[in-house]
Design a protein around this ligand. Structure first.
Ligand code: NAD
Length: 497
């Protein structure tokens, strides 16, 4: 029995009173006009507390605090080695608060506690720690110009960075922006999703405890059309790091156009294709991998492999293995450490996912597993792991991002057809190729229009590699040293010598 299994998370949850006030200038603060909204847990509908409903005035206060912190250099002018030390302490504090952060994340958005503990908290800490470690090892450049000139190419922080994140991995998404933005000396105003505000607010407190000066990292909770819009339109915000839906990503570009042409970095939706060729011997491993990946985080992952393209000659075997995997992913109480699939984030998402399942059936796909709401008696938002076979690429469930535990299986005959089907989608976040033929694996990987292509696996991931999409899955890249580009301006300085 692991240490986590000895903890009674249900008992701990009942004693928790999360603080939903904003963190501005290093202090907890109510919304300027005192407005709040109630936050409920998707686990069983329980009320978690009141959360500040940030408006333009709150965003303005946070941006002014961030701007003042940036301009007086309390963070932006620190030597990288000094920022590194403080950010390392921040990462340590995140790990030290692991139980509390994991519990908040689970209650807020319904993911199983075991993954909040083993994936979300450690990944957030590692991200902050990794950028802390990196930042005093990044050098500027001198261009090879004329003998009597020096052309210095240097990187400077942007200034005030607005961060807007979704609810599916609230802490990890925040850390992917915070790590590079803070390491390079920016100040940040973060607006978490109204569906999962609590862990970001705690991160801001931990940052202050770690020694990040007040004003450098502010968090204003609230709705997208209120706090989010005010942040994206603010004239003193120099860049927006956005993760969310493609629909809202379009808005981010409009807001920038209507305000100060701030830089907009969009990390958006996905409909990732998983291609299984007949020359891949271990069909069982491929099928088990896809089940594990599509049902992880209740299917609420931007990179979920939601479209399987499988060669007709092995499709029946593939479907049989996936179907046999389904029972182990039945949703259960997220606070039970043995649970592998939890609750969808809220009733709206549940309705959306059930609507897609209905569309799959009415458009002629064959339901081979799941398809129904589950655990309704709990008052929570649960859906069965669901698998459709006989899907056509033009069907709604194959075209649109469902963001739930719903797998679409499409059969193909030739390699060219598989590539064409995989690319015939508005998204281009990730893809996976399964083949024992090294030439085919490289050929297909090269032909796929996706930001990440996996070969014969889907699980590898690391902060060292870029993450982001082609096409309507976004621009820019989170993670890796490449993310530093997003939060810095490049300056050329000419010197006559
Ligand atoms: P969403 O677009 O509805 O909301 C994302 C954030 O934007 C939230 O904080 C929300 O309050 C805010 N927002 C909404 N409307 C706004 C507006 N008009 N102005 C300003 N802000 C606004 O997305 P979601 O439902 O929270 O998240 C799910 C989406 O996120 C999926 O499409 C998923 O694929 C995507 N996602 C992408 C990645 C990636 O790295 N590419 C990672 C995780 C999630």
């Amino acid at each position: 029995m692991g240490a986590n299994e000895r903890i009674d998370w249900t008992a701990r949850a009942s004693g928790l009173a999360p603080d939903g006030r904003a963190v501005i200038d290093g202090r907890r603060i109510d919304a300027a006009d005192g407005q709040v909204f109630d936050k409920h847990s998707p686990i069983d509908g329980r009320r978690l507390g009141a959360v500040a409903r940030g408006q333009a005035a709150d965003i303005d206060a946070a941006v002014r605090s961030a701007r003042a912190a940036f301009d007086d250099g309390r963070w932006s002018s620190k030597a990288p080695a000094a920022r590194k030390k403080i950010l390392q302490r921040f990462a340590e504090k995140i790990l030290a608060a692991k139980d509390e952060l994991a519990l908040l994340e689970t209650l807020d958005m319904g993911k199983p506690i075991q993954y909040a503990l083993s994936v979300d908290v450690p990944a957030a800490a590692r991200t902050i720690g990794w950028y802390a470690e990196a930042i005093d090892k990044v050098y500027d450049e001198i261009a090879p110009t004329a003998a009597n000139a020096l052309a210095l190419i240097t990187r400077e922080p942007m200034g005030v960075v607005g961060v807007i994140v979704p609810w599916n991995y609230p802490m990890i998404m925040a850390a992917w922006k915070l790590g590079p933005a803070l390491a390079t000396g920016n100040s940040v105003v973060l607006k978490p999703s109204e569906k999962s505000p609590y862990t970001a607010l705690r991160l801001a407190e931990l940052a202050v405890e770690a020694g990040i000066p007040p004003g450098v990292f502010n968090v204003v909770p609230g709705y997208g059309h209120e706090a989010g819009e005010a942040l994206a339109l603010h004239m003193e915000v120099d860049a927006i790091g956005f993760t969310g839906s493609t629909r809202t990503g379009r808005r981010m570009l409009e807001y920038a156009g209507r305000s100060n042409l701030k830089r907009v970095y969009n990390e958006l939706g996905g409909k990732s294709a998983f291609l299984v060729f007949p020359d891949f011997a271990d069909v069982e491993r491929a099928a088990k991998t896809v089940a594990g990946s599509i049902f992880f985080n209740q299917g609420e992952s931007c990179n979920a492999p939601s479209r399987v393209l499988v060669h007709a000659s092995i499709a029946d075997q593939f479907v049989d293995v996936v179907r046999a995997e389904v029972p182990q992913y039945q949703p259960a109480d997220p606070l039970d450490p043995a649970t592998v699939m939890g609750a969808l984030v809220d009733g709206t998402q549940l309705k959306t996912v059930l609507g897609y399942i209905e569309a799959g059936q009415s458009e002629g796909a064959r339901l081979v597993a799941g398809g129904r709401q589950a655990r309704a008696e709990t008052g929570g938002c649960y859906v069965e792991p669901t698998v459709f076979d006989g899907v056509l690429n033009g069907m709604t469930i194959a075209r649109e991002e469902i963001f739930g535990p719903v797998l679409s299986i499409i059969r193909f005959e030739t390699e060219a057809e598989a590539i064409a089907l995989a690319n015939a989608n508005a998204y281009g976040l990730q893809a996976s190729v399964w083949s024992d033929n090294v030439n085919r694996a490289h050929r297909v990987a090269r032909a796929l229009r996706a930001g990440t292509v996996h070969v014969n696996q889907y699980d590898e991931d690391d902060i060292t590699v870029p993450f982001g999409g082609y096409k309507q899955s976004g621009n820019g890249r989170d993670k890796s040293l490449h993310a530093l580009d997003k939060y810095t301006e490049l300056k050329t300085t000419w010197l006559r010598i």
